[in-house]
Design a binder for this molecule. Structure first.
Ligand SMILES: Cc1cc2nc3c(=O)[nH]c(=O)nc-3n(C[C@H](O)[C@H](O)[C@H](O)COP(=O)(O)OP(=O)(O)OC[C@H]3O[C@@H](n4cnc5c(N)ncnc54)[C@H](O)[C@@H]3O)c2cc1C
Length: 385
């Protein structure tokens, strides 16, 4: 397996890096402090073809493999975690599920919207169903040629900003995963309301909100996957999102590390740069090792996925390792800035808040370890009870 980038990939990375460093870096604190969605960044990404990279050209996308999207995500995340998440969600997750399981009509309707910068939202979590997603209770009941949705969701990224919502709902009375399917609900559909914005710790340029469905009628054509194996299909597609999310964590941590490498060579104490001290050097070396290992795990999973979806186990290993490692590295970078790292005048405190989410959202690192152990022990999660 080769990890050497092609010439085309090198150019892609350069484009994303220039954009992130020259344009996105200066306003990253603004989106955080004002809790504003970075529409102007999305426009720039669309103009440069960095949204919808994995979507086939016939729907307006770039037709690129997953690894190319991850390369871009890392560069953007180095300066702005919020914007990098938008790149993830316009290339993976709902997009992956739609490309593989969607009808031609669904693809024609939604994929061009995504390519124009419309970030889809994925609505799984409910107040009483987080890690235990298969216990969700939002219902989508078939009535004639429609589905009628009732229930609520929480922590949905992009609530109120997104126009496309892929809602995980219970389609019949069968408990657990077998009763769950996925259905598209468009913003503005009567009976669909966006609730309060959660006051979050980081990544505050994108809202996390509640969603409410009260006798919300959607046509049966909106069903993406039905009951039976639908939940499994959705989760398989979600492995792409997991790699994307972990790459945001990697990028934030690499960005923090880059800041630290510059800072320790400029900051003088005891009459010399603090980079002269072995204690500091060893911290940097350990940080670098963690980032390199994370990147290798992520790139292995993405390269093996090609133009398709990553392997469940490879994605779980990569996200679990990177989630923990990125928090440690960002925290150490902040430490190397001393009091300035804790100051809101420097980006480190924002980066430390932003990166904290990646051991929680999209499957906690504990649940990912359960996935890994389950596979090792060849035991179904549902058999644990
Ligand atoms: C910033 C952010 C964005 C999000 N965006 C979305 C989104 O767009 N769409 C969406 O659907 N959801 C979203 N979520 C929700 C996220 O997926 C859930 O928070 C996550 O799945 C955990 O669920 P929970 O918060 O209910 O925690 P819980 O499931 O209650 O877990 C609490 C703790 O218990 C541990 N735990 C639970 N069960 C086990 C077990 N069996 N073994 C070991 N440990 C266990 C967990 O690891 C965790 O540490 C988002 C969350 C955040 C923070």
């Amino acid at each position: 397996m080769s990890f050497k980038l092609t010439e085309e990939q090198e150019m892609l990375v350069k484009t994303a890096r220039d954009l992130a460093q020259k344009e996105f870096k200066q306003k990253a604190a603004h989106w955080d402090q004002t809790e504003t969605y970075p529409h102007e960044n999305v426009k720039r990404l669309v103009d440069l073809g960095l949204i919808g990279m994995t979507i086939p050209p016939e729907y307006g996308g770039g037709g690129r493999p997953l690894i190319d999207a991850l390369l871009v995500v890392e560069e953007i995340a180095k300066t702005c975690g919020t914007t990098a998440r938008i790149v993830v969600e316009t290339n993976m997750g709902v997009v992956g599920a739609l490309m593989i399981h969607g009808t031609e009509a669904q693809k024609k309707k939604y994929l061009p919207m995504v390519c124009n910068g419309d970030k889809p939202a994925i609505a799984i979590t409910e107040p009483n169903a987080g890690s235990a997603a298969t216990e969700l209770s939002t219902k989508a009941e078939k009535q004639g040629s429609n589905y009628v949705l009732n229930g609520s969701k929480c922590f949905i990224t992009g609530g109120g900003v997104s126009n496309i919502y892929l809602v995980f709902a219970r389609l019949n009375d069968e408990p657990g995963a077998k009763g769950i399917g996925g259905i598209f609900v468009d913003a503005g559909t009567p009976g669909f309301k966006v609730g309060k914005r959660e006051p979050m710790m980081g990544l505050r340029g994108i809202p996390e909100t509640q969603l409410f469905f009260e006798d919300c009628v959607v046509p049966e054509e909106n069903l993406l996957v039905g009951a039976g194996d639908g939940f499994k299909k959705l989760m398989t597609a979600y492995n792409g999102q997991r790699l994307g999310a972990a790459t945001v964590a990697l990028g934030i941590a690499q960005g923090a590390m880059d800041e630290a490498v510059t800072y320790v060579q400029e900051r003088k104490q005891f009459g010399r740069p603090i980079s002269d001290f072995q204690g500091v050097q060893w911290m940097l070396a350990d940080m670098h090792i963690k980032l390199e290992a994370s990147r290798l795990l992520l790139h292995r999973a993405a390269n093996n996925a090609g133009y398709g979806l990553p392997d469940h186990m490879e994605a779980a290993i990569a996200k679990a390792f990177t989630g923990d490692a990125a928090i440690q590295v960002t925290n150490d970078a902040l430490q190397l800035f001393g009091g300035y790292g804790y100051s809101r005048e420097y980006p480190l405190e924002r980066m430390a808040r932003d990166v904290r989410m990646f051991t929680i959202g999209g499957g906690t690192v504990q649940m990912l370890r359960t996935v890994i152990a389950t596979k090792l022990l060849k035991k179904k999660i549902s058999q644990r009870k």
